[in-house]
Ligand binder design. Structure first.
Ligand code: NAP
Length: 291
């Protein structure tokens, strides 16, 4: 069993760190808002540090799951960040959805200071984190990945090393590109059915088993029909991810016409006050336009 640190006890990090305890690892946590770290220790045992550096002392693996690139730099390479406390040979595993550029930069800094680095963004949402069934997309060196993979297993249904540092983040971008188009397609089908006077739930009950079926269709159609949008991944987070995707596409020359326009539809959701609504709220934009 390993001695590990977990930095960032948000919607995702809190349950992920809990699974590490359940798998028998010794876990020290850090959270910017200390009350959350105290609550986590009260629930799971272990201990907490007052800074990321303090949490990282003695850990063989330091996991991070914070918001964006800037947050990631703050808790790793800036003052009192994890790297200031890590011991030689320890590995930093980053579960934040961040840019590939940030992953490459962190890999370089870690390697130059005698640490390993794996970028490991996740998919599966809050439920996936709580149930320990996340998909984990990894980038980095094979020998480093082999050290951390058995520990990541505590909250993963599937995980794989997909290339050098940054490859995990690029894979997560492909994941978000798929989701953007899928959710817009589902929203348009529901909107069309409602305009046509169909029993949309009945129709989806039939078509979800055919070629149009998807995770989004199975898990979100009922709540979309009921006009409920508080089921997981928030629009603000999705726009952060699509910004990363579209910046990378500008660099690598990929054409993403649908992703770019769906990003604008999410901007409209934000303008409607839907920053914290879940990503299936694209339906609201269509309904507003035809009301
Ligand atoms: P969250 O609930 O907002 O939690 C973010 C965590 O990061 C909190 O612990 C927060 O601390 C900490 N944090 C943020 N900025 C920080 C900073 N500058 N310094 C120190 N700590 C900082 O977010 P989440 O939903 O867990 O998401 C975390 C990451 O996973 C994001 O990159 C997100 O895109 C990705 N992700 C999320 C989902 C999902 O369904 N939620 C699914 C897949 C991937 P405080 O408690 O002090 O605010």
């Amino acid at each position: 069993m390993a001695k590990v640190a977990f930095i960032g006890l948000g919607v995702m990090g809190y349950p992920m760190a809990g699974h590490l305890v359940k798998a028998g690892h010794e876990v020290k946590v850090y959270n910017r808002t200390q009350a959350k770290a105290e609550a986590w220790v009260a629930q799971h045992g272990g201990s907490f540090g007052k800074t990321p550096a303090e949490a990282a002392i003695d850990a063989e693996i330091v996991f991070v799951c914070v918001g964006n690139d800037q947050d990631l730099y703050q808790v790793t390479i800036e003052a009192e960040g994890a790297l200031a406390g890590m011991k030689s040979g320890a590995v930093l595993v980053d579960h934040t959805t961040a840019s590939a550029e940030a992953a490459r930069k962190l890999a370089e800094v870690c390697n130059s200071q005698g640490y390993g680095f794996i970028d490991a963004p996740v998919s599966g949402g809050q439920a996936g984190a709580e149930n320990g069934v996340l998909s984990v997309m990894c980038g980095g060196e094979a020998a480093t990945y082999e050290k951390v993979a058995p520990v990541i297993d505590a909250y993963a249904k599937s995980q794989r090393l997909l290339g050098a540092a940054g490859a995990g983040q690029l894979a997560k971008m492909m994941n978000q590109i798929c989701i953007a188009g899928l959710v817009q397609g589902l929203a348009e089908a529901i909107h069309f059915g409602q305009q046509a006077g169909m029993d949309v739930a009945e129709v989806i009950d039939v078509i979800q088993h055919g070629a149009a079926g998807s995770w989004q269709m199975v898990n979100r159609h009922k709540t979309m029909i009921e006009d409920h949008y508080d089921y997981g991944f928030a629009v603000d987070w999705m726009r952060k991810d699509l910004d990363i995707v579209l910046s990378e596409a500008r660099r690598n020359g990929a054409r993403l016409p649908v992703t770019a326009i769906v990003d604008q539809f999410y901007a409209e959701v934000q303008a409607m006050g839907g920053n914290r609504w879940d990503t299936s709220s694209l339906l609201k934009v269509l309904q507003k336009a035809s009301s």
